[in-house]
Design a protein around this ligand. Structure first.
Ligand code: PMP
Length: 394
C-alpha cells in the first residue's frame, strides 16, 4: 500500500472516547438487553411526514439532477430570512452557502480561516468532532478551557492568552455538551479577543432553536463582528432532519464565493429534492421550530425539578440545547467510571464527560432524547444510583 497522509492518520486525536460506551450500549441493546440510551443528540421523533412528502414530490418532479452548488436560490433566501429574523442582522441569499450538514459547514469554515500549520482555537467542553475537524482542515487545534466554576463560559483572560498567532476561534452557544448559553459579557469578551488578534470567529449556532432561558445572542450581531464571523447553522436539530444533511455557513459575500469554490471541489452541492424539502420545512416558520424543541423544554423542566435540592449530583446552568451536564464528583467517581458503572448496573447509557475535554472529567452528559416518562424514570434511577455510591464506604 502506498503511504497514507499524516493529516488523515491524525484526524482523531487517538485514545478512547465516549464512543466505546456508546458502542457497548448498542451491543447490549442488540442482544435484547433493555438499555435507556441518553447518549447522542438524536431526536426521539423522525422527520415529519409532511417534510418527507415535500421531498418525495420534489424528487418526483425531477429535482434529481445536479443542484446549484451554493444552494438553490429559494433555500438560500429562506435561510437568510430565518437568520435575519432571529438575529436582526441584515442577511441576503449572497451571505448563505448551503452545505451537507453543520459538520461540513464547520469543516468548510476551517478550510477558509487558515493555512496548514496555523493555529485554530476551540473551547472545551467541546462537541466531539471539533479538534478532528480542525486537524482535517490542516490546522493545529488549540484548546481553551471553559471551567465548571465559570459556568462553562470561556473567560476573556484565557482566550487572550491563547490567541497570539492564532487565526480563528470556534465557539458554540447554545452549547453541546453543557447546554450553557453564553451571556452578553462573554460574547463581548470574545469580540475583544477576535478584534485584538484579528481572528475569524466561527460561531456554531446549530442549537439556536433550543433556548430555554434568557436569549441566544449571535456574535455576528455585535457591532463590527459581521465581517469576521462565520456562522454555522443546520436543520438537523431545529427541524429533526439529522439524516437530510442540510446545513449552511452565513458569511460575508466574498467568503461565500470562496466557499463555493470549495464546494465545487468537494461535495458539488447537495441533492435538489432535499433542498426543496428544506425550503418547505423553513416555510413552516418559527412556531414549527418551537414545536420540535418543545419535548426538550419539558424534559429540561423535569431535570430541574428532580435536581433541585440534590446534594450529590449537580446540573450545569442549562439555558438551552438537548443535553444536561451533570457533575457527579460527589459520588467519588470520575465521570468515566460513573458512566460505565451506570451502564453495567442500571442499564442507562450516558456520555462520560471526559469525552468532551478535561473540564468535564467529573461529569456525565445526559441527552434528553427519550420520551418524558422514560426520561424522568431514568433520571430518578441515576440520582438514586449516585446517592448509593456517595453513601458507600470508599
Ligand atoms: N455542532 C454541534 C455543536 C453539534 O452538536 C452537531 C451535531 N450533533 C453539529 C454541529 C453537526 O450537526 P449536523 O452536521 O447534523 O448539522
Amino acid at each position: 500500500m502506498a503511504q497514507i497522509s499524516q493529516r488523515i492518520r491524525h484526524i482523531t486525536g487517538g485514545g478512547s472516547d465516549g464512543w466505546d460506551l456508546y458502542n457497548r450500549a448498542r451491543e447490549l441493546a442488540a442482544q435484547g438487553v433493555p438499555v435507556v440510551e441518553l447518549t447522542i443528540g438524536e431526536h426521539d421523533i423522525k422527520t415529519d411526514p409532511v417534510i418527507l412528502d415535500a421531498m418525495r414530490e420534489a424528487a418526483g418532479r425531477g429535482q434529481t439532477g445536479y443542484a446549484a452548488i451554493p444552494g438553490i436560490s429559494a433555500l438560500r433566501a429562506a435561510v437568510a430570512e430565518r437568520t435575519e429574523r432571529m438575529t436582526g442582522v441584515r442577511t441576503g441569499p449572497q451571505n448563505v452557502i448551503v452545505t451537507p450538514g453543520g459538520q461540513s459547514a464547520l469543516f468548510a469554515a476551517h478550510q477558509l480561516v487558515g493555512d496548514p500549520g496555523d493555529r485554530a482555537l476551540y473551547v472545551e467542553p467541546y462537541y466531539a468532532t471539533y479538534p478532528g475537524t480542525i486537524r482535517g482542515a490542516g490546522l493545529v487545534p488549540v484548546c481553551v478551557t471553559a471551567r465548571a466554576e465559570a459556568g462553562f463560559e470561556p473567560t476573556e483572560v484565557d482566550l487572550m492568552a491563547a490567541a497570539p498567532g492564532a487565526k480563528s476561534l470556534l465557539v458554540n452557544s447554545p452549547n453541546n455538551p453543557t447546554g450553557v448559553i453564553y451571556g452578553e459579557e462573554t460574547l463581548r469578551g470574545i469580540q475583544r479577543v477576535a478584534e485584538e488578534h484579528d481572528l475569524w470567529l466561527v460561531s456554531d449556532e446549530v442549537y439556536d432553536s433550543q433556548v430555554w432561558e434568557g436569549r441566544h445572542l449571535s456574535p455576528r450581531a455585535l457591532s463590527g463582528m459581521e465581517a469576521r464571523t462565520l456562522v454555522v447553522g443546520s436543520m438537523s436539530k431545529s427541524h429533526a432532519m439529522t439524516g437530510s444533511r442540510l446545513g449552511w455557513v452565513i458569511a460575508p459575500e466574498e467568503v461565500v464565493e470562496m466557499l463555493w469554490d470549495l464546494s465545487t471541489v468537494t461535495n458539488y452541492g447537495i441533492p435538489g429534492y432535499i433542498q426543496k424539502a428544506g425550503v418547505f420545512a423553513l416555510g413552516l416558520g418559527p412556531d414549527y421550530e418551537a414545536r420540535i424543541a418543545e419535548p426538550f423544554r419539558r424534559r429540561r423542566e423535569i431535570t430541574q425539578r428532580l435536581l433541585a435540592g440534590q446534594q450529590v449530583v449537580r446540573a450545569a446552568p442549562q439555558g438551552g440545547a438537548m443535553y444536561t451536564m451533570l457533575d457527579v464528583r460527589g459520588t467519588g467517581l470520575s465521570g468515566d467510571d460513573f458512566a460505565w458503572k451506570l451502564l453495567e448496573e442500571e442499564r442507562i447509557a450516558v456520555m462520560p464527560g471526559g469525552s468532551f475535554g478535561q473540564a468535564t472529567t467529573g461529569h456525565v452528559r445526559v441527552a434528553m432524547t427519550v420520551e418524558d416518562g422514560a426520561y424522568e424514570a431514568a433520571l430518578q434511577r441515576l440520582l438514586a444510583f449516585a446517592a448509593r455510591l456517595a453513601m458507600a464506604p470508599a
